[in-house]
Each structure stands twice: as structure tokens, then as C-alpha cells.
Design a protein around this ligand. Structure first.
Ligand SMILES: [Zn+2]
Length: 176
């Protein structure tokens, strides 16, 4: 029986040869992840003297579209609606947050930012270690993990994961 063992120098040459192809697969995953990535949303008040303090504090808060804003609770809601220190809203006036006082007469809106997450996804250059080629596609930012896999808020409020990285990898794998 013949047995072929590539010498280490040849393995390294082969690794260098295939590295650009592995890099291209990584970039394909990156492009697909950018398509699947949810937008982010930003809490915006009308910025006049009548905005309640809990919403003044929320002005400019940005979260992925599948997650909830964290809003300081109002006393009435804490006393009567069983919310804790924070109220978790998908959008201004979100009744699923269980707030009443904190949504009444609210004039805020959520501004959508389409590339809020996708702009933070990129592919790192290939790294060759011996005969191994590694390419990483990364997403950076404070909400990358909960945006991907979802999260659970107090009071059993669930945010489903968007799984944009996992779905991108699966889609590219299926195409090849
Ligand atoms: Zn408001």
C-alpha cells in the first residue's frame, strides 16, 4: 500500500495557495450576514419641555430591531403594574411592556437605522498556521450577541434572536 505524506513545506505552500479562496468564502458569509442583519432603532423624543424625564433619559438610545429599549420605570407603573426599575419597550407606547403611565400621551418615535448592525460586520484577513487556513467573519458592538441569539427580559418578555450570522454561514454552505 502506498502512503503519501506531504512534506511540511509543501503543506504550507498549499495553504498559501488556498488562502485567497477561503478568504472569499468568508467575504461571502460577510455579505450574506449584512443582508440578514436586522436594522437598529433609535428612541427619539420631540425634545420640548413636556417630554417626561424617563423619555428624556432614553433619547438617542439605540438597540437592534429585535430587542427592546430599556426605559426607566415610572412610579405608578412600579406600584400598579409590577414593573421593576426598568421598563422594556419594543417601541414608544408599547403596551406589551405592561407600562401604563410610561406610555400615556407619549409623542416619541423610533427611528430605523438600516445599517445599524451590518456596518459592524467584517472579514479578517486569512491567517495561515502551518497547513491550516483560518478566516474569521466578525460582528462588533455591544448588542451583537443578544441580537444574534435573542434575550429574555425580566417579566418573561422574550426577544427572539435574528441569527443573522448563523443563517449567513448556513446559506453560504448550502450554495457551495
Ligand atoms: Zn415619550
Amino acid at each position: 500500500m502506498a502512503k503519501f505524506t506531504a512534506n511540511p513545506a509543501l503543506e504550507q505552500e498549499l495553504a498559501a495557495l488556498i488562502a485567497p479562496h477561503i478568504h472569499e468564502i468568508g467575504r461571502e458569509v460577510e455579505r450574506q450576514a449584512k443582508v440578514f442583519a436586522p436594522p437598529t432603532k433609535k428612541w427619539i423624543t420631540v425634545a420640548d419641555d413636556h417630554v417626561r424625564p424617563t423619555h428624556v433619559a432614553a433619547h438617542g438610545q439605540e438597540v437592534p430591531d429585535n430587542l427592546r429599549f430599556k426605559i426607566n420605570s415610572m412610579k405608578w407603573d412600579r406600584d400598579h403594574r409590577g414593573v421593576g426599575a426598568l421598563t422594556y419597550m419594543k417601541a414608544p407606547r408599547d403596551e406589551s411592556s405592561r407600562a401604563v403611565a410610561n406610555i400615556k400621551n407619549c409623542r416619541c418615535h423610533a427611528q430605523s437605522i438600516p445599517d445599524g448592525i451590518s456596518r459592524n460586520i467584517r472579514t479578517l484577513p486569512p491567517v495561515i498556521t502551518g497547513s491550516k487556513v483560518t478566516v474569521k467573519v466578525i460582528a462588533t458592538g455591544e448588542w451583537v450577541i443578544p441580537a444574534e441569539i435573542g434575550t429574555l427580559y425580566p417579566g418573561n418578555l422574550e426577544a427572539k434572536g435574528a441569527y443573522y450570522m448563523a443563517r449567513a454561514a448556513a446559506a453560504v454552505a448550502a450554495r457551495r
